[in-house]
Design a protein around this ligand. Sequence first.
Ligand code: PNS
Length: 168
Amino acid sequence: MRTAVYPGSFDPITMGHIDIIMRSRAVADRLIVAVLANPQKKPLFSIEERVLQVKKAVSGMKNVSVQHFEGLLVNFARHVSADVIIRGLRAMSDFEAEFQMSLLNKRLRPGTETVFLISAEPYTYLSSSAIKEIIRGGASGKGLVPPHVEEELKKRLYTGTGIFESTR
Ligand code: PNS
């Protein structure tokens, strides 16, 4: 039984993340989505909110669970007996940071392997930051984030002063 960890900030989870979660079944029997509780990153959503959003998004997916973690990812991976870390790669611009993180994680915990899944084409330009701007601007997040996440983003970000309103 191979356990993998899919770590991230998930602020918020997008359809790009969900695509990676579904495809990671090809390399792991059991997947733990690990949400980083890092207040230094000043996330829009609290750790409790992000974990709940991810749980709703993966509900019904077999062998996928959600936990939060603090501190080093390799310590969390050891704690849950996972040797494999899954990361999505959207473009070459992701590569440098991912390359460094993968080598650091391996140095910190030899035996840890990072498996990179190339993002599906419709999500290569999608990021949690971009979706926040889209919703803040009053546009639709349909197909980019799950409906429950779009609702929460609207409540938190859309002030009614988006471009469509202000040009009326
Ligand atoms: O969604 P993100 O923000 O790209 O995810 C980054 C994440 C959470 C995978 C990364 O920041 C992380 O693992 N942080 C925990 C601290 C750590 O172990 N860093 C790597 C070694 S320095």
